[in-house]
Design a protein around this ligand. Structure first.
Ligand code: PLP
Length: 352
């Protein structure tokens, strides 16, 4: 009987196959797991050797840049347990590259792709008993890059922290989860020249009001329009959007105001492989009105069908369910992620 004391080592944690939780009741709550990965570096330097430490609270100066300037970036990816007990990640180098691009925009040093992927692997392995059994979900991995040094005014922090923590999450798509979306006509998510294409920690708080108002009216999420003209669709609060019309699947082009989702990119490739015509373009909001299907993509949901969209008081409904394109793409992508389908794209990365 190992008591959860300081004595508990990585090895003893891993010898116990599963954490003692109900795997059938996973949601998207940050359940504390065993370890987190932490590495620091000074401004103008590179991240060197990081460490796994027990998961827990972190200490920051009240004048830390992350708290005062919002100098921070988040990432999100998942680890899956396969039937043969191997654990794999899905395209982790894509998250590493996105963090690096975002870090440049926000004047922060970032870990190299290799360091990022290695740190994710170490963190997942240390929390292996929290990776759900096959079919029950995945281990969500949340890397954070933040200005942890003290910074007042418009200056970059003198010190940075790269931290990774994890928690087990369930599967979202349960058949009857088609979203009802309302087009947001007043508030904007991103502006040309702004950081809308960066996964900054300031992406979500500014959209809370729109999302909360939509939820009180019974909608699941909002669809933002471009800030400049208010005529073209961009994305939901935390997901990219696709529309299906016949054999053509379209998604707004990522021209700086749209977050370049890893799921978005992967769905485009899967759809092309199926023989669909895929268009990345400017999509006028009118195109929603005669689409056959609409769906959204993101690491958390993978692919989620949109059942209806309401714009200027008019509600349009879309095809959802087992025969839908969204369902087919969802089944294929999750099949590749979990190892049920052969990964001919070479997207999955084994952690152990
Ligand atoms: C993270 C995120 C997405 C989805 O990106 P994935 O890499 O597919 O998870 C889409 N939009 C916003 C605003 C996001 O923050």
């Amino acid at each position: 009987m190992a008591s959860p004391s300081e004595q508990t080592t990585c090895e003893t944690m891993n010898s116990e196959k599963y954490a003692d939780i109900n795997w059938d009741e996973l949601g998207f709550n940050p359940i504390p797991t065993d370890y987190m990965f932490v590495i620091k570096c000074s401004k103008g330097e590179n991240f060197l050797q990081g460490n796994l430490t027990r998961f827990g609270n972190i200490e920051l100066s009240p004048s830390a840049a992350i708290l005062n300037n919002g100098q921070g970036i988040l990432e999100g990816l998942k680890a899956y347990r396969r039937e043969d007990n191997r654990i794999t990640l899905f395209r982790p180098e894509q998250n590493a590259m996105r963090m690096k691009m975002g870090a440049e925009r926000m004047c922060m040093p970032s870990p190299s792709t290799e360091q990022f992927v290695d740190a994710v692997k170490q963190t997942v392995l240390a929390n292996k008993r929290w990776v759900p059994p096959p079919g029950k979900g995945s281990l969500y991995v949340r890397p954070l890059l933040m200005g942890s040094g003290s910074a007042m005014g418009v200056v970059p922090a003198p010190e940075y922290t790269f931290l990774i923590y994890t928690f087990p999450v369930g599967n979202y798509f349960k058949g009857d989860t088609a979203m009802n979306v309302i087009v947001e006509e007043k508030l904007c998510r991103a502006i040309p020249g702004g950081p809308g294409g960066v996964k900054t920690i300031t992406n979500y708080a500014p959209v809370l009001q729109a999302v909360t108002q939509a939820k009180t009216k019974g909608f699941s999420d909002v669809l933002f329009l471009d800030a400049k003209t208010g005529k073209n669709i961009e994305e939901l609060s935390s997901c990219n959007i696709f529309i299906v019309k016949g054999n053509v699947i379209s998604t707004p082009a990522t021209l700086g105001t749209i977050l370049p989702g890893v799921t978005r990119k992967s769905i485009i490739e899967v759809a092309l492989d199926f023989g669909y015509q895929v268009e990345e373009r400017v999509i006028p909001v009118e195109d929603l009105m005669d689409a056959d299907e609409v769906f959204c993509t993101g690491t958390a949901v993978v692919v989620n069908a949109v059942g209806s969209i309401t714009y200027q008081g008019k509600r349009v409904e879309y095809k959802t369910g087992v025969e839908s394109v969204a369902q087919k793409l969802y089944a294929t992508l999750t099949g590749i992620q979990t190892g049920r389908i052969d990964d001919k794209m070479g997207w999955t990365v084994q952690v152990d």
